[in-house]
Design a binder for this molecule. Structure first.
Ligand SMILES: [Zn+2]
Length: 295
């Protein structure tokens, strides 16, 4: 599942390859991809025709296309969403013949939405095998789309307030991992980077936030920020082949993971075997020696 670093890698790719281009045509091939758009596929296609993409912006795991009309296309990758630039040209092997020969063009079986521009440059495709991702047109949303206005800033946002976030964490009566995953406390941190941050900070995932000192809560947050910056530099983490950048390449941060997915392997600090436990319907990976359970 893409988290902040993976989405930021995609945002940067789109900023490079899509910003400044004017949309000529949008085709929706699967209605689930625009299920959050009230007017449905035809309305989504019509709303975007002729608009220029000014910038690509992101908050947490959401990204949006800021349009010259002041509107936005809000996008979420879900479990398996991919934006691909020019894939039809550079990766012909991923194309399959259309089900209906009258369609006249080849397309990938997971292709959900296609953008064609008024220039001669490459197409932009949105592929999504499991269709948990999608897009919606948000009128007036170029600065900040209303559907995500309640989401907290993420640690890589220039306006991120570290001390205020530490205070928000300590004001919660919950476990630290639950607070890290709460998108109204801090956005962009998912299961992978939560486990990595807690391992780095030597904090057990169930430590009660209201009994944490300011330095300890701060160290967890700083670790989260650091681990996500490093993951971004590595092009993100690729666990299941589904996450790729706009050129179809996967990142390699999974080689740098110390806790997540490391069950049964020795902790790199102390040699104790990394343990996995169920938490919040997911897995939590931690070192039982470095990250002592709360009493
Ligand atoms: Zn350890």
């Amino acid at each position: 599942v893409p988290e902040l670093p993976e989405v930021e890698v995609v945002r940067r790719g789109l900023e490079t390859h899509a910003a400044g281009r004017r949309i000529d045509r949008v085709q929706v091939f699967h209605e689930r991809a625009v299920r959050r758009h009230e007017g449905g596929p035809a309305d989504f296609e019509a709303a975007l025709r002729g608009l220029r993409i000014d910038h690509l912006r992101r908050r947490g795991k959401y990204l949006w296309f800021a349009l010259d009309s002041g509107d936005a296309i809000l996008a979420h990758l879900g479990m398996s969403g991919q934006f691909r630039i020019g894939a039809a040209r550079t990766h012909p092997e991923i194309l399959v013949p259309p089900a209906d020969p009258q369609d006249g063009e080849q397309r990938h079986p997971h292709l959900r939405i296609r953008f064609t521009f008024d220039d001669a440059g490459p197409l932009l495709d949105f592929l999504d095998q499991r269709t948990f991702g999608g897009m919606q047109f948000v009128p007036g949303g170029a600065e900040l789309p209303e559907p995500i206005a309640h989401i907290a800033l993420d640690p890589l946002d220039p306006a991120f307030d570290r001390d205020a976030t530490v205070a928000r964490i300590r004001a919660k009566h919950t476990e630290i991992k639950r607070a890290l995953l709460d998108q109204t406390v801090v956005s962009g941190v998912g299961n992978i980077y939560a486990d990595e941050s807690l391992w780095r900070a030597k904090v057990h995932y169930q430590r009660p936030t209201d009994r944490m000192t300011r330095p300890v809560a701060g160290s967890v947050l700083d670790a989260a920020t650091q681990v996500m910056i490093e993951a971004l530099d590595a092009g993100g983490t690729s666990f299941d082949e589904l996450y790729v950048n706009v050129n179809g390449e996967s990142g390699y941060f999974d080689r740098s993971l110390h806790a997540y997915g490391q069950e049964g392997r020795p902790c790199e600090r102390c040699g104790t075997l990394i343990r996995r436990e169920a938490f919040m319907n997911r897995s939590s990976f931690f070192c039982p020696h470095c990250q002592r359970a709360p009493r």
